[in-house]
Design a protein around this ligand. Structure first.
Ligand code: SF4
Length: 321
């Protein structure tokens, strides 16, 4: 273990997988541990990818992967006996207007278990309630977060003294455009050249932040997850089971899709304006990749962002726990 432990926040998506491979290759300093916060509801492809990088990359490099979890987010949402940290569900209000619920799930299911694991790593003892106490004075880790140049605005400080965030992709050389820092497309090329071109995006199966392209991809390529998401969407129409079991009146109806229509009937084949914008942004990369035989011309890499605990694309918490 380094004097100041180096921790990788491993979401198992494109950027954090790139950091793991770069560290294993010795192109960036090695990590003492990689921590993956498991909500229990990732698509099967993410778990298969995680198993593979653990077996083929992390273990040979001597980087342990620590999987941490506070529960299964899907099961908890439907459990009338459990207080639930809410997901950002889309809401159709009684007056017909639309809104979106508070997002507490990232802090509860991703940030909290990672920060508790870090506190234990730094010597904090468990309290009577089973959660770690304060970190002994003067200790901290350096936590690497997989944020690429195209999303640099998501790079944030940790806001806790025992963890200092680093963003190694932002200062790497070797980007295709010659500038400092890797873009997501540089990560994708690097992963492909190392046999990990099928790295999936990491996010809960039923994440309400998923966009039309992501829902389409799920419906067309992962029927198990699609059926699961459609069933969950139906089950939360009146809100979370705990609230309704307590008799709390939750005004409105709740949905996974932003149209506030049942997921199975939602207009997911509609290509939204942000998706078109994303496609335009990626056009040159896509052309270059297609000409090089690297990608499918229909691939739309940014149309469905993953959920990174410390750099959520829809962050409303500032990444603080
Ligand atoms: S992927 Fe979506 S539902 Fe899951 S923790 Fe992140 S924001 Fe919440």
């Amino acid at each position: 273990m380094s004097a100041v432990p180096r921790v990788l926040n491993l979401g198992a998506g494109v950027q954090s997988t790139t950091l793991l491979l770069l560290a294993a290759e010795g192109r960036i300093p090695r990590f003492d541990v990689a921590i993956m916060a498991d909500t229990g509801w990732e698509p099967a492809a993410v778990y298969a990818h995680l198993d593979r990088i653990e077996r083929e990359v992390a273990a040979p490099a001597g980087i342990p992967i620590l999987r941490v979890s506070v529960g299964n987010i899907r099961a908890d949402a439907l459990d009338p006996g459990k207080r639930f940290a809410s997901m950002p569900l889309h809401v159709r209000n009684p007056d017909g207007g639309k809104g979106i619920g508070r997002r507490q799930c990232t802090a509860e299911y991703k940030i909290r278990p990672i920060q508790e694991a870090v506190r234990r790593l730094l010597g904090a003892r468990d309290k009577a309630n089973g959660r770690p106490d304060r970190v002994p004075r003067g200790r901290h880790v350096n936590s690497s977060i997989g944020i690429s140049r195209d999303e640099f605005h998501r790079a944030k400080d940790s806001r806790v003294g025992y963890s200092r965030h680093e963003h190694p992709l932002l200062w790497l050389d070797g980007a295709a455009d010659g500038r400092e820092g890797w873009q997501r497309s540089d990560c994708v090329r690097y992963l492909r050249s190392n046999g990990f071109g099928s790295t999936p995006k990491s996010a809960c199966v039923g994440c309400p932040f998923r966009r039309n392209a992501g829902w389409r991809r799920m419906r067309d390529t992962d029927t198990t997850s699609w059926a699961d998401a459609v069933a969950f969407d139906h089950a939360i129409r009146a809100g979370y089971a705990h609230a309704t079991a307590k008799g709390t009146d939750l005004p409105g109806n709740f949905y996974l899709h932003e149209s506030c229509r049942p997921l199975g009937a939602a207009p997911i084949d509609h290509v939204t304006r942000p998706e078109w914008g994303s496609r335009q942004t990626d056009l040159l990369d896509a052309i270059a990749d297609t000409e090089a035989g690297l990608t499918d011309p229909d691939d739309d890499p940014d149309a469905d962002m993953g959920c990174s605990p410390f750099g959520c694309p829809n962050d409303q918490t500032g990444g603080a726990a």
